[in-house]
Design a protein around this ligand. Structure first.
Ligand code: MG
Length: 314
């Protein structure tokens, strides 16, 4: 059970080409315990690793894990062009192994459009939530099946269209700023023109106010414009956990791993019902913090090789 997976780095996966390297040790873990073995990722106890210890303790009292993971900045490194974002090396293999674990329900929960994120992740038979929960596709559905779209999104469609056209028109001055159409929401990216961020914020705010029926939230170098609605990533995570609890008459452990301010709702749900993991610095107090997507990959490795082993053997 402590053997390393035969293929852990996904280097044979062409979709992962040209994405960053896959260090097999967590260099941010200063405990030294892992460094004494060349099998650091699968350290048997994780006893000096507070996050792993916490998850292991929670798993001793839950027989199922609902694991929800963000895409950009979590499974995929942040890149200057959002259109070129791709899974970190090895993450597809990790996700497939977690999907195949009998004690895991796996979901990718993203602000991207659902079809977009599903194609980038490329793992079949897991749950996907796109547009921060406005779109959902359950495990077992495939790309040809209709995607479930929340009625608040459909209602907002004409407002979104107007906002898209107006924003493209009003932001013409801001070279490098792009307005991404995600069908049920818009993303205004300032990553390539960071100096414009404050002025863009004013323009986006004014347009959203004028069009009405919409809401704007600010992420890392992006403004997300979507329907004024209660639907968010947290609601998507809750829904998955509730569905499992209803079917099995037992609360699962809920884990959410994400990197953006717009993920706050999901951190809240995960902190209440399990473990919230924030990727980066300055995250919410209720979340454990990890440095970057390489640590997320290590965490997924640890879960599938070590953390989940006790529940699998029960
Ligand atoms: Mg993200």
């Amino acid at each position: 059970m402590s053997e390393r997976p035969p293929v852990a780095d996904g280097s044979d996966d062409p979709a992962n080409a040209d994405v960053d390297t896959d260090p097999t040790t967590d260099t941010r873990d200063t405990s030294g315990a892992a460094a004494t073995t060349d099998d650091a990722v699968t350290e048997p106890s994780g006893s000096d690793h507070p996050l792993r210890e916490r998850i292991a303790a929670e798993l001793r009292t839950h027989d199922h894990l609902v694991l929800c993971v963000d895409f950009d900045g979590t499974l995929a490194p942040i890149v200057s062009d959002p259109a070129s974002a791709a899974l970190r090396t090895g993450n597809r293999d990790r996700l497939e192994r977690l999907r195949d674990h009998p004690a895991v329900t796996l979901a990718v929960v993203s602000g991207r459009g659902l079809a977009d994120v599903r194609e980038r992740v490329g793992v079949e038979d897991i749950h996907y939530a796109g547009n921060a929960g406005l779109e959902r596709a359950v495990a077992g559905s495939d790309a040809d099946d209709p995607i479930e779209v929340h009625e608040d999104a459909r209602r907002a469609e004409p407002h979104l269209e107007r906002a898209r056209e107006t924003l493209r028109d009003r932001l013409g001055w801001a070279a490098g700023v792009s307005v991404e159409d995600k069908r049920w929401s818009l993303a205004v990216h300032t990553r390539n023109a960071p100096d414009t961020h404050e002025r863009v914020a004013e323009t986006v705010g004014r347009v959203v106010e004028r069009v009405g029926g919409l809401h704007v939230s600010e992420g890392h170098q992006v403004f997300e414009v979507g329907p004024a609605t209660d639907v968010n990533k947290g609601a998507a995570v809750s829904a998955l956990a509730d569905e499992h609890a209803e079917r099995h008459d037992a609360d699962p452990l809920v884990m959410y791993v994400g990197d953006d301010r717009s993920d706050r709702s999901a951190f809240g749900v995960a902190a209440d019902r399990g473990v919230a993991v924030y990727v980066g610095a300055d995250g919410p107090d209720e979340a454990h913090h990890v440095a970057d997507p390489t640590v997320v990959s290590d965490l997924l490795d640890w879960l599938v090789t070590t953390g989940l082993v006790p529940s699998a053997s029960e």
